[in-house]
Design a protein around this ligand. Structure first.
Ligand SMILES: *Cc1c(COP(=O)(O)O)cnc(C)c1O
Length: 356
């Protein structure tokens, strides 16, 4: 990837701090570090290594992600969150000693047909209200019985489900999902896994043998109504670029595509070298950046390689560092202006990554 000038700094100590907060928040659970989507844009190998002294297990989505972690020397269990897509994948998963989810009849059938050199550990996924992947609760006894018969499946099966609304602290669906899950699984000799980051931090009732945490590791708040700092999380990703021009405009000057922004007075406008080509959200409205300790407002439409900022009342020079988000400027504020969540911003941003 060519160096487009965007600098992404990842603070691995902050990542470790956040992982330990997850463990302290649920002291009776084991904690699985979710490092799918290249660790939410933070680098799966680097984050995986940084957590290897702490994490009880990891979770990714794709076989290739797990393979890369094994090649990087990660020896903990790695769960494939969407399971395997073919018997061939299942054979590879077994060879790599991965854990795999079974969420569909097709996957159940694959396990029945596969001849593996050694059985794999299976997490059986139930749909308790997310409406995405997983078996209906009524199917559980039948599916469990069939899986237990499979020579390709290790005897200890973990039951899992995923929460749809745990980010809203008062949404009753979380309790309902827990109740459905525990009722359906009460008579089964299985470990359980329910909680994501929101469950770990806000819903003790969701804590089980295993919790699966993603966003909180990266210093993102999982809640719609609490900041990451208030939860004790440390920011992990700093995104910075450079002020490459300052233009002095006269009243009536129109700025950027669509001539959307019209200068109400004579004013200095800065050009920052980052745009949607770097994964910065084009749809942002009333967004801000940080120059030194000063907040500057983004004006006009975000371009592919640049965006404009209002420099009225701000001391700035060409070449100055501009912070898009990070320890000094919370990603959740940017997410709010862009009508999205920190997860999406972190996953989409591209740049040269440095670790410290
Ligand atoms: C991504 C994911 C998680 C982690 O969710 P966060 O909200 O990032 O903590 C947990 N479980 C499953 C099944 C997931 O897909």
């Amino acid at each position: 990837m060519p160096d487009r000038g965007v600098r992404i700094t990842i603070d691995l100590q902050a990542l470790q701090h956040n992982f330990q907060l997850a463990q302290r928040s649920a002291p009776n659970s084991k904690t699985m570090a979710v490092i799918k989507a290249d660790a939410y844009g933070h680098g799966a190998l680097e984050c995986g290594r940084a957590l290897s002294a702490y994490a009880d297990a990891y979770a990714v989505v794709f076989l290739d992600e797990a393979k890369a972690l094994r090649e990087a020397g990660i020896h903990q269990p790695i769960l494939l969150l969407q399971g395997c897509r073919s018997i061939h994948d299942l054979e590879q998963a077994a060879a790599l000693e991965l854990w795999t989810v079974v969420h569909s009849k097709e996957q159940l059938r694959m396990h029945e047909l596969a001849k593996l050199p050694q059985p794999v550990t299976v997490w059986l996924k139930l749909d308790t209200g997310m409406g995405r992947l997983g078996f209906a609760l009524a199917e559980l006894p039948g599916v469990y019985a069939r899986l237990s018969e499979c020579q390709s499946v290790s005897p200890s099966i973990t039951l899992m489900t995923h929460l749809a609304c745990a980010d809203e602290r008062h949404n009753p669906l979380t309790l309902e999902q827990c109740q459905r899950f525990r009722k359906a699984s009460a008579s089964m000799p299985c470990s359980h896994s329910i909680a994501n980051s929101a469950g770990v931090l806000g819903w003790p009732i969701t804590h089980a043998e295993w919790n699966r945490v993603g966003i909180m590791l990266y210093g993102g708040t999982p809640f719609v109504d609490s900041s990451a700092a208030d939860l004790g999380l440390k920011s992990v990703m700093d995104v910075e670029s450079t002020l490459i021009a300052i233009q002095n405009h006269v009243p009536g000057d129109m700025l950027g595509y669509g001539a959307e922004w019209v200068c109400p007075e004579a004013m200095p406008v800065g050009v920052v070298a980052i745009g949607y080509g770097d994964g910065y959200p084009r749809g942002i409205r009333n967004g801000n950046v940080l120059i030194g300790k000063q907040i500057a407002r983004i004006i006009g439409r975000v371009s592919m390689d640049s965006l404009l900022i209002d420099l009225r009342g701000i001391t700035a020079h060409v070449g100055d560092n501009v912070v898009l988000w990070g320890a000094k400027f919370p990603v959740e504020e940017v997410a709010q202006s862009a009508a999205t969540i920190s997860y999406e911003l972190m996953c989409q941003i591209r740049g040269r990554r440095h670790y410290r």
